[in-house]
Design a protein around this ligand. Structure first.
Ligand SMILES: O=C(O)c1ccccc1N[C@@H]1O[C@H](COP(=O)(O)O)[C@@H](O)[C@H]1O
Length: 201
């Protein structure tokens, strides 16, 4: 069954929404000032503690210091780290020495070379996206036939999930903007997106 990640949770009520709908992963954007969804590690800790134990908490980072990411993983605040900046092999190697947490490396897909880099990533999973919380899709033809399991992200929501699942069969789908209204998480959109994936799978 295709896994589901709902990302960019920043309020206590957001946790209530996902606990009711039951996605597989819930994401916190940590220390990213340019994002309206950004939370501090302390806020992520408080929100993560409210998550249903069936939902895996994920920290989303953009070029964060490895010791910050590792300590959140080692303290059990998050179980997976999604690296959305220019983190390279050395950075991932450094994180691996510091922690046993799951590592997800994000790639903005614009050209075939992005797919070559994604194929070679030492992370546990890769995430294929248009940019990072922009709500924009990208040209899915570029990733058709990609061989390793991946999270599909970028402008996904209940309306385009059926096509994404039928065309691409990703390991997981990840959404943030597509389950928001007026810049905050919308429980009805989360419910519709989760139902769309479960119906298909
Ligand atoms: O959500 C953000 O603000 C964000 C900021 C910096 C890096 C990544 C971010 N979010 C991730 O972006 C993708 C796609 O989001 P969307 O559905 O297109 O809004 C997703 O993986 C989020 O985790």
């Amino acid at each position: 069954m295709t896994k589901i990640k709902i990302c960019g949770l920043s309020r206590r009520c957001d946790i209530g929404f996902v606990n009711r709908c039951g996605p597989d992963y819930a994401g916190f954007v940590v220390n990213v000032p340019k994002s309206r969804r950004s939370v501090t590690p302390e806020e992520a800790q408080a929100l993560s503690a409210l998550l249903s134990p069936d939902i895996i908490p994920v920290g989303v980072f953009v070029n964060e210091r490895a010791e910050v990411v590792a300590s959140m993983l080692n303290d059990g605040i998050i179980f997976a780290a999604q690296l959305h900046g220019s983190e390279d092999e050395d950075y991932i190697g450094d994180l691996r020495r510091r922690t046993g947490g799951i590592l997800i490396q994000a790639f903005s897909v614009a050209s075939p070379s992005d797919m070559e880099r994604a194929a070679a990533s030492p992370a546990d999973y890769v995430l294929l996206d248009s940019g990072g919380g922009t709500g924009r899709t990208f040209d899915w033809r570029q990733i058709k036939g990609f061989k390793r399991p991946y999270f599909l992200a970028g402008g996904l929501g209940a309306d385009n999930l059926p096509a994404a699942l039928a065309e691409l069969r990703p390991f997981a789908v990840d959404m943030s903007s597509g389950v928001e209204t007026g810049g905050v998480k919308d429980p009805a959109k989360i419910e519709a997106a989760v139902a769309a994936v479960r119906r298909y799978s």
